[in-house]
Design a protein around this ligand. Sequence first.
Ligand code: APR
Length: 232
Amino acid sequence: MDISMKGKKIVILTGAGISAESGVKTFRDNDGLWENHRIEDVATPEAWIKDPMLVWRFYQARRNQLLEVEPNPAHLALADLESKAESLTLITQNVDDLHERGGSESVIHMHGQLRTLRCENTHQTEVRMDKKDLGENFVYCNCCSEPSRMRPDIVWFGEIPMEMDKIYQSVEDCDVFIVIGSSGHVYPAAGLVNLANSNGAHSILVNYELPINGSDFDEVHIGKAGEILNNG
Ligand code: APR
């Protein structure tokens, strides 16, 4: 795929598929369950109220997994592209930190991040990845005089994704819109290709299989992201 695209404003949206080659499981490639849980049992505000310890353990496992996985050639290719491109905005639905560890300097995490936790009282976030923050017990904030419990800094189903103004602005304004490794099931991310198309951008998809919104793209590359992004 030729993504040198000199002088073009490029916006890239990544999904779980880009981290698959690093060993992070995707959401919808396995039997409808996410790491043996129904999504509504672990990824909704209602689940956090009903059984916070179940949700906490689930995300602590995901947070601990960050220490075991490494960026793959697809993450590295996007960092390389960022360093060469005149204008590139990288938006990810992923909550891992593999883009940053792969060298990308500016990443919009529209669904939140695993490495940060959010104070339930003030909503301030803190990077909390020390050993003592990664155990079974809840973690308490540093921002309140009487420390408050922190929740995963994740956008759960039913919550509004982060930085949407910035995202809409960059997609409306781009020349090339590229989606990598996303099944196109979750909105508003899945609808960004339509916004890009209606503003005249050239839209490109890189995915292991044709996703539900595959026909919305001008150009489609089927295969593994790590291979396609590194084959020119
Ligand atoms: N290279 C490219 N694509 C891949 C690869 C790979 N190596 N492996 C898998 N894929 C594709 C799958 O074929 C699938 O279409 O990546 C897609 C992953 O889709 P999902 O698991 O649905 O992930 P995503 O689209 O990012 O999910 C969106 O759903 O649960 C929520 O908040 C969560 O951000 C997530 C959102």
